[in-house]
Design a protein around this ligand. Structure first.
Ligand code: SF4
Ligand code: SF4
Ligand code: FES
Length: 357
């Protein structure tokens, strides 16, 4: 444990924490822009500055390790002035309409809290807009060079699509293609959209339909990994899906299927009730009818051809689907259940209990 004094109060913190992690672990908030807990700290925006007794300049809390005995202040007139200065510089050329349209973006919230919206006099530059990607709209007029997209694409997705071109005032964030996002090596995981604090990278569905009115946390239906996600709904329809940051399995990340391939939920031809093929054409039935039909089928095969003719296959694990595609635990349970019940039917008695683990 480390001991430090924060805003006049002595406190204890975990070893090996940055100042920001330590403060947040005790519910003390410091504004951040370039920080994302999924990524290595970059120290690019200087919004998270705190003052440390004996240090000549404020320290970036996201990028500085806490040490024993530190005396830290998180809110002083100097710190507020430094943060206001950073935000004023960003506001100078920032498109005003973006702030009013999406007030909940982290940067926009800071502009509004600091009364800087009137200073945001910029306009979206059509030359900085790239609408080529099927899911992601790019408007680099809103980019503040926080490098979160660059880092998450490299560190979390391992794809290295977003890259920093040039230096200083000439810095540009561009895809690896050097042209459009569509021509890049993007695999459409959406991680750069999730992390962008301004909306420079945004889901096209959000631009078309608006921000969600409610969120529902759930688990992805596609494979057996079990990634957790928050489904954003507006007017009764899904407008976006974002990864759950606290998910132990997926750790705040999704693949293209979980993130963007949700049109099946409202597809007109989606199968929503059991169906039986009757003389070549599909007929909708009740669950009882479907289960009775399946049981009759098993019994007939067992009676006429014996138990060796019964096999159970679980979807996603059946060749020629590659082995990297995993089945779900529910499908495996169903497969196990059908194996045991057909075995019972073949023997005419219950299976012996499984051996103790
Ligand atoms: S596009 Fe967004 S995430 Fe990427 S550097 Fe610009 S502001 Fe940051
Ligand atoms: S969507 Fe994923 S792969 Fe594509 S640029 Fe963004 S982070 Fe990289
Ligand atoms: S959040 Fe710490 S420097 Fe940006």
């Amino acid at each position: 444990m480390l001991r430090a004094t924060v805003n006049g109060k002595p406190r204890e913190f975990r070893d090996n924490s940055t100042i920001l992690e330590a403060l947040r672990s005790r519910g003390i908030e410091v504004p951040t822009l370039c920080h994302d807990e999924r990524l290595k700290p970059q120290g690019a925006c200087r919004l998270c500055v705190v003052s440390v007794k004996g240090w000549p300049h404020p320290a970036t809390s996201c990028h500085t390790l806490l040490t024993d005995g530190m005396v830290i202040e998180t809110e002083t007139p100097e710190l507020r002035a430094e943060r206001q200065g950073v935000l004023s510089l960003l506001a100078h050329r920032y498109p005003t309409d973006a702030v009013s349209r999406f007030p909940d973006k982290p940067l926009h919230r800071f502009f509004l809290e600091c009364g800087l919206v009137s200073g945001a006099a910029g306009k979206s530059d059509p030359l900085l807009v790239d609408d080529s990607h099927p899911y992601i709209h790019v408007d680099m007029s809103r980019c503040i060079d926080c490098y979160r997209c660059v880092r998450i694409c490299a560190e979390v997705q391992g794809q290295f699509v977003w890259q920093v071109w040039n230096r200083g005032a000439e810095t540009k964030i561009m895809p690896d293609s050097g042209t459009t996002l569509r021509e890049s090596s993007c695999v459409s995981c959406g991680a750069c959209v999730d992390t962008c604090p301004t909306g420079a990278l945004e889901d096209k569905t959000i631009l078309a339909d608006g921000m969600p009115e409610s969120w529902t946390k759930t688990t992805c239906v596609y494979c057996g990994t079990g990634c957790e996600m928050n489904v954003g709904v507006r007017n009764g329809a899904i407008v976006t899906i974002r990864p759950a940051l606290d998910a132990p399995v997926s750790k705040g990340h999704l693949c293209v299927k979980g993130r963007y391939a949700y049109a099946y939920a409202t597809a007109a031809d989606r199968v929503t009730a059991p169906m039986i093929r009757d003389r070549g054409s599909w007929k909708q039935v009740t669950w009882n009818e479907a289960l009775a039909f399946t049981a009759d089928g098993f019994k007939r095969v067992l009676r006429e051809q014996g138990p060796n003719r019964v096999r159970t296959a679980s979807a996603c694990s059946v060749p020629p689907v590659p082995p990297t595609k995993r089945t779900t635990s529910r499908k495996n349970s169903l497969a196990r259940f059908s194996k045991r019940t057909t075995s019972i039917a073949a023997r005419g008695s219950a299976m012996p209990p499984p051996p103790p683990p």
